[in-house]
Design a protein around this ligand. Structure first.
Ligand code: ATR
Length: 280
């Protein structure tokens, strides 16, 4: 912590490669906010104590990443509706009265990246969401709020997709599917599986892509196209994006919550893209 500055940080384990300190430093410079933001390695078996101590020492807010988002959900004393739905918290904000607000900005970040940065409309679109883990659960409510004509959740373990579809059924048309059952093209496909991490691909039938029409988004990012985006590109997808913009936009949403000002994400995204390319 730096004396005299408003303190923020990101809790994770591991945390060494987090881009959040750079993103928030650039946001703070751009908006002339006097604050300090650090990567904080929380112990795997002591998240609650570690986080509570940070806020007891005056910490104003924090981002939360793997594997602590569910524990941050439990720690928060107040939850935003989107965090409640996601069952996970990626942003904590301590108010003057001691309340610890838990929010989840992942889905809003994805929606901004799709609709504003990429200019992909979501309303009345057929959307295929791949995966049924925390990443997908975190984005379903903000996606459904844009009124797609339907969202199909496809997952290797069908029961997990079914449970998610049921959990969000009151917010719009959500269906669950096995990968192999998918025989129709979609307007937008969003990969929320962790398969890209190991360069693997979900076993998707090629029929889900209509050449020149279907747009594909991978929540993962890398210097080279992800395995999923490469596959989609080879099948003639109209456009492919990775999740670097989502990372910057979820951070911008957190920054807005903490500081009351929305930073301009475009120059920060450009700086990160350049850094990623240089590291390849
Ligand atoms: P996260 O929080 O990143 O979503 P998670 O909760 O562990 O992580 O979920 C990972 C998701 O990626 C799951 O939907 C998982 O499928 P299962 O539910 O069947 O385990 C999916 N996944 C991981 N590796 C995959 C692969 N090689 N092919 C297809 N799906 C995969």
């Amino acid at each position: 912590m730096v004396a005299g500055l408003d303190q923020y940080g990101v809790f994770g384990n591991p945390i060494g490669h987090s881009k959040s300190p750079l993103i928030h430093r650039l946001f703070a410079e751009q908006t002339r906010q006097t604050m300090n933001y650090e990567a904080l390695l929380a112990p795997l078996d002591g998240f609650a104590t570690f986080a509570s101590d940070f806020f007891a020492r005056g910490g104003r807010g924090a981002n939360v990443t793997v594997p602590f988002k569910e524990q941050a959900f439990a720690l928060a004393t107040q939850l935003s509706e989107r965090a409640e739905r996601a069952g996970a918290v990626n942003t904590l904000c301590r108010h003057a009265d001691g309340t610890l607000l838990g929010d989840n900005t992942d889905g809003a970040g994805l929606v901004r990246d799709l609709m504003i940065n990429a200019q992909w409309p979501l309303k009345a679109q057929r959307i295929l969401l791949l995966g049924a883990g925390g990443a997908v659960r975190g984005v379903l409510q903000p996606l459904l709020a844009q009124q797609p004509s339907e969202i199909v959740i496809a997952n290797r373990t069908l029961s997990k997709a079914e449970a998610l579809a049921q959990h969000f059924a009151d917010l719009g048309p959500v269906l669950a599917s096995e990968f192999a059952w998918l025989q129709q093209p979609f307007d937008i496909i969003i990969n929320g599986t962790s398969a890209s991490l190991s360069g693997a691909l979900p076993p998707l039938p090629a029929a889900v892509i209509r050449a020149g029409h279907t747009r594909c988004y991978d929540m993962m990012y890398s210097a080279e196209p992800t395995a999923f985006n490469q596959w989609a590109q080879d099948l003639g997808a109209a456009a492919c994006m990775d999740g670097l913009g989502m990372l910057v936009e979820q951070a911008a949403e957190a920054f807005l919550l903490w500081r009351g000002v929305r930073p301009d994400s475009a120059p920060v995204l450009a700086a990160l893209r350049e850094q990623l390319a240089a590291s390849a």
